[in-house]
Design a protein around this ligand. Structure first.
Ligand SMILES: NC(=O)c1ccc[n+]([C@@H]2O[C@H](COP(=O)([O-])OP(=O)(O)OC[C@H]3O[C@@H](n4cnc5c(N)ncnc54)[C@H](OP(=O)(O)O)[C@@H]3O)[C@@H](O)[C@H]2O)c1
Length: 252
């Protein structure tokens, strides 16, 4: 069955991507929605009429979940037309001053889980399929006080580029979407809300519009999608400016 697989579908950008994917990838007959809060996924399933929906309540920081996902792939043999890696987290705080668990959770979810889910899914991607990885503007330059987060997102962007080149001959394209801040649970979960002047000053992106633009960019086979003119300019600035200078601006 032609299948779209979306991680982080229980809230924020991932949920929007899942809601809008059916319109931009109408060939997807089946949706696999992944996150820990399965009840939220069940509610989202109702917004996908006419589609077969499987809600996988998996904790992607737990390596046992990878085995469950692998088993599901082997059992169902899906023809994957779209893979979206949206699950992610970002904690505010300096390295060495915050708890070790939150620092390593960013690596587990944003790096290890993205790598594992993609690695296991690649054999099931059909010609013409798309992979959409949620990166961030934090990928453009290290962000002190979110050093680990920005490093994980630099990985997501670099991983997406390399993977896109590897899969080109199979007619599969890979897109990294790099949004600025969005009003989602991410800000509360990461202890950012009310604790970062930078996040208070930066213009916010609307996740509904980001999702639409990202899915269209993926459909078009673009390697990177940066929403809004402001952040497109920021991306160019970060490319042209030495990191040491940029980090005066990017301190969160
Ligand atoms: N919001 C921003 O300012 C911003 C800016 C740039 C990029 N991003 C990126 O956008 C992506 C989506 O974030 P968001 O803003 O939409 O935040 P969000 O509302 O907090 O969504 C995060 C999603 O990841 C899932 N998730 C978290 N931990 C998980 C785990 N251990 N296993 C499985 N799923 C897990 C959550 O589901 P459960 O809790 O149900 O597991 C949720 O569906 C992330 O990759 C984030 O880095 C966010």
């Amino acid at each position: 069955m032609k299948t779209a697989i979306i991680t982080g579908a229980s809230s924020g950008l991932g949920r929007e991507l899942a809601r809008q994917a059916a319109a931009i990838f109408p060939e997807a007959e089946c949706f696999w929605l992944i996150a820990r809060r399965a009840q939220r996924l069940e509610e989202l399933a109702e917004a996908l009429p006419g589609k077969t929906v499987a809600c996988l309540g998996l904790d992607l920081c737990d390596a046992m979940s990878f085995m469950a996902y692998q088993d599901k792939l082997r059992a169902e043999q899906p023809e994957v037309v779209l893979l979206v890696n949206a699950a992610g987290c970002g904690y505010l705080g300096r390295v060495g001053e915050t708890d070790t668990a939150s620092q390593t959770r960013m690596v587990d979810l944003n790096v290890r889980a993205v790598t594992a889910v993609t690695h296991m899914t690649v054999p099931y991607l059909v010609p013409g399929a798309r992979v959409l990885n949620v990166s961030s503007i934090a990928a453009f330059c290290p962000c002190p006080r979110m050093t680990v987060y920005s490093a994980t997102k630099a990985y997501v962007s670099a991983f997406s580029r390399g993977l896109g080149e590897e899969l080109r001959s199979r007619d599969v394209r890979v897109t990294a979407v790099c949004p600025g801040p969005m009003q989602t649970e991410f800000l509360e979960v990461g202890g950012i809300a009310g604790n970062s002047r930078t996040f208070e000053l930066l213009p916010y992106c609307d996740q509904v519009r980001v999702a639409c633009g990202a899915l269209r960019a993926a459909r078009a086979g673009r390697a990177v999608y940066t929403p809004t003119l402001f952040y497109k300019f920021y991306r160019l600035l970060a490319k042209a400016t030495p990191a040491g200078l940029m980090m005066k601006l990017t301190k969160t």
